[in-house]
Design a protein around this ligand. Structure first.
Ligand code: SF4
Length: 329
């Protein structure tokens, strides 16, 4: 068990060599050498929310908005499946244009097309009954980043939203039997080292099925345009600490980390405990408009495989379900 002081000591240590070694050993023991490749379709960049760090926030009039039709979404998912990927992540802003019935139809269609594939939803906050409907339609996993465990900071940077509501939804998702992904940003304006230690303690307590950990990155058309990005080294240390605190959690080497370090970000994440890379299957005509932050670097199959080789690991096309669901040996 890590204590708050253990975590703070690691964040302040002169180097992260030993920490990386411990995380790598935990990753090897719990996850093996395979790096799961998962496919993501960002099907709408319309969002009803106003998160102060995000380029998709509704006040951003400079962003060209798009919504993929259900047929386009199915087509993009089927391309990912044809590439051999066994997880399709459907992601969007909080966009009520897509009704419960529309999304359930899309989920069912993808499942009919590929019954053995897993579907992950990353579509934000919806009425509670929707989560149940999506689960019944066949969705397996849900990513809902909690963004920060500091409720005051959360409420300040998410106008109109509530940390308590966010956390209660995450609990509900677990009750419904989803494999649940959480996640947080590193280097948010106003975030402290104590907050970051709190993130690791939360992961240690909650033991999520997945966790996305990446740097805050400024986007030019947001209130945080002039703020400093999160630091690469801090992100890597937190990934390593996450692996140690919650060893069975799937940890992606995130696009945000790769954006901070385009030459080695994915591989560095893999060396610090990560075991997943998300391959972008959003059609080219839309991809640049999914501008959560500037200069976003996405993985394609080739760059993902290159990063995996660089890190001395092997790519896995298996579904990569939660390690919590797998029988102990
Ligand atoms: S972080 Fe998510 S909910 Fe917030 S504005 Fe961006 S897309 Fe919308």
């Amino acid at each position: 068990m890590l204590s708050k002081n253990d975590i703070l000591d690691e964040l302040r240590a002169p180097d992260s060599h030993a920490l990386r070694g411990r995380a790598d050993a935990a990753r090897r023991e719990h996850c093996g050498e395979g790096v799961f490749l998962r496919g993501i379709v960002e099907f709408s960049n319309c969002c009803a929310r106003s998160c102060r760090y995000c380029g998709l926030r509704r006040e951003n009039r400079r962003l060209k908005r798009y919504r993929m039709s259900p047929a386009e979404i199915r087509q993009a998912a089927s391309t990912l499946l044809r590439w051999g990927l066994r997880t399709v992540i459907l992601q969007s802003g909080d966009d009520a244009h897509y009704t419960t019935a529309m999304l359930c139809d899309i989920i069912r269609d993808i499942k009919t097309d590929a019954p053995g594939a897993a579907i992950t939803l990353s579509i934000g906050e919806r009425p509670l009954e929707d989560y149940e409907a999506f689960r019944e339609a066949g969705a397996d996993r849900y990513l809902l980043k909690h963004e920060t465990v500091n409720a005051t900071l959360y409420d300040r940077i998410h106008p109109g939203q509530s940390h308590a509501v966010r956390m209660s939804i995450i609990e509900r998702l677990r009750e419904l039997g989803y494999q649940v992904g959480v996640g947080f940003l590193v280097g948010l304006p106003g975030q402290t080292a104590e907050d970051l230690a709190g993130e690791i303690l939360f992961l240690q307590d909650f033991q999520p099925d997945m966790a996305g950990i990446g740097p805050f990155l400024p986007q030019a058309d947001t209130p945080f345009a002039d703020q400093q990005a999160g630091e690469r080294e801090t992100v890597l240390r937190l990934l390593a600490l996450a692996r140690i605190a919650s060893p069975g959690t799937h940890l992606p080497a995130t696009t945000a980390l790769a954006t901070l370090d385009p030459s080695e970000g994915f591989a560095a994440g893999l060396r610090f405990g990560c075991n997943v890379i998300m391959v972008n299957g959003t059609p080219d005509s839309y991809r640049a408009s999914y501008r959560l932050y500037d200069k976003r670097v996405c993985a394609d199959l080739e760059s993902a495989r290159r990063a995996i080789r660089l890190a001395g690991r092997t790519a896995s096309l298996e579904r990569g379900d939660s390690l919590r669901l797998q029988p102990a040996e």
